[in-house]
Write a protein that binds this ligand. Structure first.
Ligand code: AMP
Length: 419
């Protein structure tokens, strides 16, 4: 074939639409149950929005953004590699905070990161995310975590694990950055090549390196939670208590850090063992400084993003979500015998559709036998057969594909029999 979908992208073919609708429809239902409203920011944004929010030293900003020239005069545009910053930008641009400071928003849609493709990692992928803007309440962290877990539970999944940690505020982090560097200096030569670079660029990322040797080295280091300031400590204690009160099981993971600079205090990840190396289904946390960083008021916020391709990988491994009832099944196939009966059949076809009955007919000049084979393949419930004789009498033959029974009925009666 001369053309293929670009590396790291995939076509979602009709056969996969039921499972996609299942994850999307469930997402809308669960988010709205928790009081979140849908928002749809554009696919591309001003590059500075991402550099400013995600952080200049992060993998995403340094290596993974699809960036190109915008307007004449050279503004720079980037395909969105995440949606928290676009949602905050929209919240501020449309003064949503003036209408109601506390806003709970969710989104569904594609994102773009120039990563090395592998199982569960593509260059275009889709996320469900929520952003709750305008509150410092620790119970909001618990709500956001609970929402992500209930989403997976509603889909029918189990075996997922929740890991949490606190990354502190910028003051705790600055202090800990120095401690980390000091404690890691001796072992620096033993770190993997990537972590040697991370040492200067973004030393926190060494903590979540998947390399076994780096993992062993960082396990011995005093965790950040031991250096948190009083406010961050109190907040984390409230979140932990909220999770316990609501019987939400979690693992406290000192290795957990996130690939975005905007996080503060609580961070979390939900993983699933079926996924292998790329096992994160969801990542999120609190980001109390981002709104002000992007020019808005000082307000707290928390959110998460769930990868839908990975969610679907897990669902498929469990044979779940195959039959979403909202995908309309074909109910009637109209088989016309001979060219002259086709307009008669076509009028009938449109009358069925106007009554919300999913119906179709042949457009490839098939023989009646081939039309019946096609109807069978399309798994239709009924076939309506119209030939010259039926047309003259204003009748049709109605065949139930289930029972194989066929009867001649008057054209007017069709709509009473098929509903
Ligand atoms: P992040 O925005 O990096 O916190 O990612 C949130 C979730 O999106 C992850 O837990 C994954 O489920 C999913 N995700 C992130 N990057 C990719 C990717 N390149 N391909 C597919 N899914 C991804």
């Amino acid at each position: 074939m001369p053309y293929k979908a670009p590396r790291g992208t995939q076509d979602i073919l009709p056969g996969k639409i039921p499972i996609w609708r299942y994850v999307e429809n469930t997402a809308r239902r669960v988010c709205e149950l928790y009081g979140y409203q849908e928002i749809r920011p554009p696919i591309f944004e001003d590059t500075n929005l991402f550099t400013r929010s995600i952080g200049a030293g992060t993998d995403i900003v340094e290596k993974e953004m699809y960036t190109f020239k915008g307007e004449k005069g050279g503004t720079s545009i980037t395909l969105r590699p995440e949606l928290t910053a676009p949602v905050v930008r929209a919240y501020l641009e449309h003064h949503l905070h003036k209408d109601k400071k506390f806003q709970k928003l969710y989104y569904l849609g594609p994102l773009f990161r120039h990563e090395r493709p592998q199982k569960g990692r593509t260059r275009q992928f889709h996320q469900l995310g929520v952003e709750a803007l305008g509150s410092y309440d620790a119970l909001l962290d618990v709500e956001v975590i609970d929402l992500a877990l209930i989403y997976f539970k509603t889909l029918g999944l189990d075996d997922y694990k929740l890991k949490i940690n606190s990354i502190g505020c910028p003051t705790c982090r600055t202090k800990y950055r120095d401690i980390l560097k000091r404690e890691l200096t001796k072992s620096k030569p033993q770190l993997c090549e990537d972590c040697k670079k991370r040492f200067d660029r973004n030393v926190f990322r060494i903590l979540d390196c998947k390399n076994q040797r780096c993992y062993e080295i960082t396990t011995k280091i005093t965790p950040l939670k031991d250096y948190l300031c009083q406010d961050c400590k109190d907040h984390f204690a409230k979140v932990s208590k909220g999770l316990q009160d609501n019987k939400i099981e979690y693992i406290l993971d000192p290795h957990l850090v996130r690939g975005f600079d905007y996080y503060t205090k609580t961070i979390f990840e939900i993983t699933h063992p079926v996924l292998g190396a790329q096992d994160a289904l969801c990542g999120g946390g609190r980001y109390d400084n981002l709104v002000a960083e992007l020019g808005g008021p000082e307000i707290g916020a928390a959110g998460f993003a769930i990868g839908l391709e990975r969610t679907i990988l897990v669902l498929e491994s469990k044979n779940l979500g195959q039959a979403d009832k909202e995908v309309d099944k074909l109910k009637v196939f109209i088989a016309a015998i001979g060219e002259n009966t086709r307009p008669y059949g076509f009028r009938l076809l449109n009358e069925l559709r106007r009554r919300n009955i999913a119906a179709d007919m042949d457009y490839e000049d098939r023989s009646i036998k081939a039309q019946m084979r096609l109807a069978d393949k399309l798994k239709t419930e009924y076939v309506i057969i119209v030939g010259p004789e039926e047309m003259n009498k204003q009748t049709v033959k109605l065949k139930s594909m289930d029972s194989g029974q066929e009867k001649e009925i008057s054209r007017q009666n069709i709509f009473d029999l098929i509903t």
